[in-house]
Write a protein that binds this ligand. Structure first.
Ligand code: NBP
Length: 503
C-alpha cells in the first residue's frame, strides 16, 4: 500500500462509520478505515467489495500506525466511536502517530464541554480538532447527513471540501431537500447542509439542541396521534392517512412523513397494525437530557423541550403506570363527533406548539453563545437542518427567512410570519389542550408550549408575589414597579402597616 494516498481516515466502523465512509468514497475521496476490533473492518471491506462501486477508494487497516501512514498531510481523521470515554481513549492511542497540523474530527454525539476540553488539549500539542455534529442516522450518513462542525476556521477550511461534498443538499431558492437520481449517487448543485458553526464546542452544542428539538417534535406528534385515537376512536391506519395529508402542507417534514408510514404498517407477526403492538415505553440517551439541563443551567425557559424528556421518563414507568391505572381515577373520555373539525384543531395545536419548541431551542443557543463566546448564524443553522437530518422540515425555511429579515430577532414567536400563525392557531390550540385536560388525556408538550406562549406574552406575571415570598423568608430583596430598576428593597416582615388580624 502506497503511503500518503488517502484523503481522509475514519476510526469506528459501527453503523455511522461504515455509512459515512461509503458516502465519502462515493464522492471520489479515498478513505482509510480502522476499527478497534479488526474483524469488523475486514467484514466491511469485503462486503463493500461485493456491493459498492466505490469500494476501490476504501482502504482498510489493522493498526493505527498503518492508518496514519496512509494519509495525505496534514492528516484528517474522523472519529465515529461511542461518545465519551471511548473518544478519549481513541484520541490517546492516536496521538503517537500524529504530527503538528493534523486534524482530528469527532463526529460522535460528544458533550460540548468535552469538545472544548479536547480541542484545548490537542491545540496544546500543535494538533487541530473539529467537533462535528452528524445528524440523519444511518441513512443520512450514507446518502447525505446534516453536518455541524465546530472548531477553528482554518481547520474547517481544510475539511470543508469533503464535508460540503458528502452533506445533504437543499435547493438554493426554496430550501427543499434535493436527492440523487439513485441512492448513493452524489447530488449535483444545491446548498450543502453544513457550515462552520463556530469555534470549539459550538458544533456539538448545536447538534445537542437539534436533538432536543427532535425530542419535542416527536412528542408533539405522539400527542396529536393520541388525541385522535382517544377522542375520535380512529384506527392507526386512519390516523396515518391524516399525517400523510398533513405532510402535504406547512407541517411537511421527515417526522410527519415517517409517522404516516409507521401508523399504516400492518403487523407482519399478527393481526392489525404494528404500532398497536409496540410497547409504550421510550428510552432516552444523553442529548435530550443535556439540552434540558443546559436550559436549566442557563435559565432559559425551554419547558416544552424538558417536558419531552420527562414524557419519556414517565413512559418508562410502565409497570407503575399499569398499577396506578387500577387505583387512580380520572374523567371518562367522551368521543368528539366532528372528526374533521377536531383534526383541523389538532393540526393547529401541533403547528403552534412546534413554533414554541423551536423558539425555545433557538433561545437556548442564543444564550449559550453569550457564555461561550460564539457568534451563531441562526438563519444558516435552520438552513443546514433543512436536509439530511431527522428534524428536516419545510418549516425550517421560514426560520431562515425570519432571521434574514431580522438577524437580531429576540424570539421566533415575534417574527411576523410565526406571530400570525400563532394568532390564527391559538384558539384551536387552547380548545385541544382543554379537551385533553377535560378528558384526562395527557398532553404535556402541547400544554407546556401553550404555557410558554402565554407566559412570554404576559407583561405581568405573578412573580411579584414570589419575590415578596423570597424576601419574607430569606431577605432576598425585591424591586418596585414604581421605582427605577436596579434599586433593591427589603421589608422586615411581618411589617408595620399590615392590617391587624381580628381576634
Ligand atoms: P456506537 O456509538 O455504537 O459505537 C461503536 C463504535 O465505537 C465501534 O466502532 C466500537 O469499536 C467503537 N469503540 C468503542 Br464502543 N469503544 C472504543 C474504544 N475504547 N476505542 C476505539 N473504539 C471504540 O456507534 P454508532 O451508533 O455508529 O455511533 C457512532 C457515533 O456517532 C456515536 O458517538 C454516536 O453517538 C454518534 N451518532 C450516532 C447516530 C446513530 O443514529 N447511531 C446518529 C448521530 C450520531 P468495536 O467495534 O471495536 O467495539
Amino acid at each position: 500500500m502506497s503511503t500518503e494516498s488517502a484523503d481522509i481516515g475514519l476510526i469506528g466502523l459501527a453503523v455511522m462509520g461504515q455509512n459515512l465512509a461509503l458516502n465519502i468514497a462515493d464522492h471520489g475521496y479515498t478513505i482509510a478505515v480502522y476499527n478497534r476490533h479488526a474483524e469488523k473492518m475486514r467484514d466491511f471491506i469485503s462486503q463493500s467489495k461485493k456491493n459498492e462501486p466505490s469500494s476501490a477508494r476504501l482502504l482498510g487497516f489493522e493498526t493505527l500506525e498503518e492508518l496514519t501512514r496512509s494519509l495525505k498531510r496534514p492528516r484528517k481523521i474522523i472519529l465515529l466511536v461511542k461518545a465519551g470515554e471511548a473518544t478519549d481513549k481513541t484520541i490517546e492511542s492516536l496521538l503517537p502517530h500524529l504530527e503538528p497540523g493534523d486534524i482530528v474530527i469527532d463526529g460522535g454525539n460528544a458533550h460540548w464541554l468535552d469538545t472544548i476540553r479536547r480541542e484545548k488539549d490537542l491545540n496544546a500539542k500543535g494538533l487541530r480538532f473539529i467537533g462535528s455534529g452528524v445528524s440523519g442516522g444511518e441513512t443520512g450518513a450514507r446518502f447525505g447527513p446534516s453536518l455541524m462542525p465546530g472548531g477553528s476556521a482554518e481547520a474547517w477550511a481544510e475539511l470543508a471540501p469533503i464535508w460540503n461534498a458528502v452533506a445533504a443538499k437543499v435547493d438554493a431558492q426554496t430550501g427543499s431537500p434535493l436527492s440523487g437520481a439513485a441512492p448513493g449517487s452524489p447530488v449535483a448543485g444545491g446548498v450543502p447542509c453544513t457550515a462552520h458553526i463556530g469555534p470549539d464546542g459550538a458544533g456539538h452544542y448545536v447538534k445537542m439542541v437539534h436533538n432536543g428539538i427532535e425530542y419535542i417534535d416527536m412528542q408533539l406528534i405522539c400527542e396529536a396521534y393520541w388525541l385522535m385515537k382517544n377522542l375520535l376512536g380512529l384506527g392507526s391506519d386512519a390516523i396515518g392517512k391524516v399525517f400523510q395529508d398533513w405532510n402535504q402542507g406547512e407541517l411537511s417534514s421527515y417526522l410527519i412523513e415517517i409517522t404516516g408510514d409507521i401508523l399504516q404498517q400492518p403487523d407482519t407477526a399478527g393481526d392489525g397494525f404494528l404500532v398497536d403492538k409496540v410497547l409504550d415505553t421510550a428510552g432516552q440517551k444523553g442529548t435530550g437530557l443535556w439540552t434540558a439541563s443546559s436550559a436549566l443551567e442557563l435559565g432559559v425557559p425551554a419547558n416544552a423541550i424538558a417536558e419531552a424528556v420527562f414524557a419519556r421518563s414517565l413512559s418508562a414507568l410502565k409497570e407503575e403506570r399499569v398499577e396506578a391505572s387500577k387505583l387512580l381515577q380520572g374523567p371518562e373520555t367522551k368521543r368528539v363527533e366532528d372528526a374533521a373539525a377536531l383534526i383541523a384543531a389538532i393540526r393547529d395545536a401541533l403547528y403552534c406548539s412546534k413554533i414554541c419548541a423551536y423558539a425555545q431551542g433557538f433561545q437556548l443557543m442564543a444564550e449559550a453563545q453569550k457564555i461561550y463566546g460564539w457568534n451563531l448564524d441562526f438563519g444558516t443553522l435552520a438552513q443546514i437542518w433543512r436536509g439530511g437530518c431527522i428534524i428536516r422540515a419545510r418549516f425550517l425555511q421560514k426560520i431562515t427567512d425570519a432571521y434574514a429579515i431580522d438577524p437580531g430577532l429576540k424570539n421566533l414567536m415575534l417574527d411576523p410570519y410565526f406571530r400570525d400563525a400563532l394568532h390564527r392557531g391559538q384558539s384551536h390550540w387552547r380548545d385541544v389542550v382543554a379537551l385533553g385536560v377535560r378528558n384526562g388525556i395527557p398532553t404535556p408538550a402541547f400544554s407546556s408550549a401553550l404555557a410558554y406562549f402565554d407566559g412570554y406574552r404576559s407583561a405581568r406575571l405573578p412573580a411579584n408575589l414570589l419575590q415578596a415570598q423570597r424576601d419574607y423568608f430569606g431577605a432576598h430583596t425585591y424591586e418596585r414597579t414604581d421605582r427605577p430598576r436596579g434599586q433593591f428593597y427589603h421589608l422586615d416582615w411581618p411589617a408595620e402597616g399590615r392590617p391587624q388580624l381580628q381576634a
